[in-house]
Design a binder for this molecule. Structure first.
Ligand code: FPP
Length: 244
């Protein structure tokens, strides 16, 4: 389908991205992996702008998983520094574009400076409503489900548990239902990302390393999504009916 034939009905409200392939991109050029992350950040910037311009309401990016703490200390250190400078450098533009920033994950595990930057960025963009950019840091899908279950028990006891009400206890509470989950880098797995939230999401795997991702690849993902027939466990429906 040609890009301009995609109507707004088929634009996903909530897109999530597993930004995979930074390390391989760097290794192929005999560069340190941290260089792949630095160039990957540029692709991240392109993706934020692209999805905001297309009218996507929420974009959730997997920037650092619960498991990424096990990477070599030098790579972890470089990533943490990159997050601090990225928040600092991108904040003015995000504010200008009306983008709200939100962080999900076990943030207490991060250095105090980074935690302070996250809080500050969330506060400064709290009133923005063009798009919500959710950055998953220290995030794991199993962690999210467990923290939600623990809070549920603490606040509500053991009774009345139902999936819709449980949504409000997950770190993604208040965001639109996840419509499209994209993974770059050629692997085809969810890697403990939004496990609960991806229940009915369309999955799109791109055979491109994250630093090489640009508008064309992201448009490909939106076109693939627009062609899919969503069923939500029911029998076949036309996509406009499924979206009603
Ligand atoms: C996965 O590639 C990528 C990461 C673990 C880091 C992603 C972070 C960025 C792109 C920076 C974004 C920053 C913000 C603030 C949103 P990999 O290292 O697993 O690549 P590989 O599979 O080739 O080894």
């Amino acid at each position: 389908m040609a890009p301009d034939s995609v109507d707004t009905e088929s634009i996903p409200a909530h897109v999530a991205v597993i930004m995979d392939g930074n390390g391989r991109w760097a290794e192929a050029r005999e560069l340190p992996r941290s260089e792949g992350h630095r160039v990957g950040l540029k692709a991240t910037r392109r993706a934020v702008e692209f999805f905001a311009n297309r009218g996507v309401r929420a974009l959730t990016l997997f920037a650092f998983s619960s498991e990424n703490w096990q990477r070599p200390p030098a790579e972890v250190e470089a990533l943490l520094e990159l997050f601090v400078t990225a928040i600092e450098e991108e904040l003015p533009e995000l504010r200008e574009k009306g983008i709200r920033l939100r962080f999900i994950g076990a943030r207490e595990e991060f250095p105090f400076e980074l935690q302070a930057r996250m809080r500050e960025a969330e506060t400064q963009t709290a009133a923005n409503d063009t798009m919500t950019l959710v950055v998953a840091l220290g995030y794991g899908g199993r962690w999210d489900i467990l923290q939600a279950a623990l809070r549920w028990v603490r606040e509500k006891g053991g009774s009345g548990l139902d999936p819709a009400a449980f949504d409000d206890f997950l770190s993604t509470a208040g965001l639109p239902e996840l419509d499209l989950l994209i993974r770059t880098g050629g692997e085809q797995r969810i890697s403990n990302f939004l496990l609960w939230q991806a229940a009915y999401a369309e999955l799109c795997f791109l055979d491109v390393l994250w630093p090489d991702v640009g508008e064309a690849e992201l448009q490909d993902a939106l076109d693939t999504y627009a062609r899919r027939q969503r069923r939500f466990g029911r029998i076949g429906e036309r996509r406009d009916a499924a979206h009603a």
